[in-house]
Design a protein around this ligand. Structure first.
Ligand SMILES: [Zn+2]
Length: 229
């Protein structure tokens, strides 16, 4: 049998319903606002807030106990345009695609572009076959290495011995240490370590494109070393 409600009961029920609907609406608005607020904050941080504090280099000692050699290219439009790199959101790994060439050879090639004016190319760091590292561009300036990501990443070119593009043990170790140090300095994570391939689809660095498992191991090695800082 259906219970007949008094007017007062009916009003109370209606009030209760309205309160529930109002509360749900407020909750929905708060969720949407805080969600978009978070997205907006994230966007502003990633695009406008500098995280390199004017620091143009990092100091670290490599496993061969040598420091990073800082040999900046002389400013020129082809390899060191001196455009500012305000925020570092990632690290891009490359290979030279020039088997047997040394870090110094590659640094000189970038420097030579100032004269030859053939292409726009450079890299913040070059790691040699013996594990030596040369820094060519300050971390406060962009390099010409990673296309659309030049504006917010640090680039690392790695030398290699043969066509497979596999890095020597020394190159690999220095790459792990350098990436770990940069991740610590700029508060970057595993997802921020990328290959040139991930930006444009170019087969660079070849060995890590053809061996996804090795790429995954490399990133984990860098993260493990980051924790030790
Ligand atoms: Zn590349």
């Amino acid at each position: 049998m259906r219970k007949i409600m008094t007017k007062e009961e009916w009003r109370r029920k209606r009030r209760f319903k309205r309160t529930v609907i109002k509360t749900l609406l407020i909750l929905l608005i708060v969720t949407v606002l805080s969600g978009s607020g978070l997205l907006l904050t994230n966007y502003i941080v990633k695009h406008f807030i500098s995280n390199n504090k004017g620091k143009d280099t990092i100091t670290m000692t490599l496993s061969n106990s040598e420091p990073i050699k800082v040999e900046y290219l002389t400013p020129n439009p082809y390899s060191r345009p001196q455009k500012s790199l305000r925020r570092i959101n990632g690290i891009v790994v490359h290979y030279t695609a020039n088997p047997g060439s040394t870090a110094e050879n590659n640094r000189n090639y970038f420097q030579g572009l100032a004269e030859s004016q053939t292409i726009y190319a450079s890299s913040h760091y070059i790691i040699g076959i013996e594990g030596e590292i040369i820094q060519c561009i300050p971390l406060t300036e962009i390099s010409y290495a990673s296309n659309d990501r030049n504006k917010d990443t640090v680039s690392i070119e790695c030398c290699h011995l043969d066509e497979t593009g596999k890095f020597s043990e020394e190159t690999y170790e220095s790459l792990v240490s350098l990436v770990a140090a940069l991740c610590t300095e700029f508060d970057l994570d595993k997802k921020d370590i990328i290959r040139h391939y991930d930006v444009t689809g170019k087969l660079c660095p070849l060995y890590f494109v053809e061996h996804e498992d090795a790429w995954e191991i490399f990133k984990n090695d860098a993260m493990k070393e980051k924790l030790e800082y």
